[in-house]
Ligand binder design. Structure first.
Ligand code: KIV
Length: 271
């Protein structure tokens, strides 16, 4: 059975925490689903961790669609949420076109949009048209040049604005909201006020769920990992060692020859 946006509210009501993880391709979707992740986010962090850009801003709708479609092909039961990239939802018309393309061309069930009061009418319109929307408040990477990469809503006015934005997104019909780089006490308070689940990243344990970036969690990205990213493996180092062993084998003429010894424990591939 496929997880639905409504299931996430039921999980919150049942006190069950929600694990969301970003994935960007077919194999990672398969692995994340087998590992039990109920929600897969095709985040526009794609821009940095997969495409080598400095920010999410250069990511295009076509980039998101290509990767989200691969993720959808890899999953069976997890809910797939796809970010709408920078300025593809600046007007209601643009948002409708972008959401239509994402849902029709990828099969993702939901889209994620960054922002508060300014995008509430857009969220309302999408939801009225049948598009499930996840919100994103706090540090919103598409606005990083105006916000700065830092914890948001640290003063009373900022905290009040964030609470109002979260309530307005819920009233507009959003089924969940990501809280990124928000003080833990504020994220907890917002999570208690909302009926819909909050998914935190750098927002403490009081959120209804957590999201992490695949490459940060697995040690696959050698750029600077954010402080809140907890590393569960060093896959990048393991890949580097395997490729170095292969390169050394080739250099020693051990590989590329049918009779060459293979790395320990590997069986020759029949061609
Ligand atoms: O693009 C992304 O990976 C995200 C998460 C950090 C929430 O939006």
């Amino acid at each position: 059975m496929r997880i639905t946006p409504n299931d996430l509210a039921a999980k919150k009501a049942a006190g069950e925490k929600i694990a969301m993880i970003t994935v960007y391709d077919y194999p990672s979707a398969r692995i994340a689903e087998r590992a039990g992740a109920p929600v897969l986010l095709v985040g526009d962090s794609l821009g940095m961790v997969v495409l080598g850009h400095e920010t999410t801003i250069p990511v295009t709708l076509d980039d998101m669609i290509r990767h989200a479609a691969a993720v959808v092909r890899g999953r069976t039961s997890s809910l797939v949420v796809c970010d709408l990239p920078f300025l593809t939802y600046a007007s209601e018309t643009d948002a409708v076109v972008a959401a239509r393309r994402v849902m029709q061309e990828t099969g993702a069930e939901a889209v994620k949009l960054e922002g508060g009061a300014a995008i509430v009418p857009i969220v309302k319109r999408l939801v009225e048209l049948g598009v499930p929307v996840m919100g994103h408040l706090g540090f919103t990477p598409q606005s990083q040049h105006t916000l700065g990469v830092k914890v948001q809503a640290k003063d009373d006015a900022g905290a009040q604005r964030l609470i109002e934005d979260a309530l307005a997104l819920e009233a507009a019909g959003a089924f969940s909201v990501v809280l990124e780089l928000v003080p833990s006490a504020l994220a907890t308070a917002v999570s208690q006020r909302l009926r819909i689940p909050t998914i935190g990243i750098g927002a403490g344990l009081g959120c209804d769920g957590q999201v992490q970036v695949w490459h940060d969690l697995l040690g696959l990205f050698d750029g600077k990992a954010p402080k809140h990213a907890r590393r569960y493996a060093e896959i990048g180092t393991a890949i580097e060692a395997a490729v170095a062993a292969y390169v050394a084998d080739v250099a020693a003429s051990k590989n590329g020859c049918q009779k060459a010894p293979l790395a320990p424990d590997l069986k020759p591939v029949q061609v």
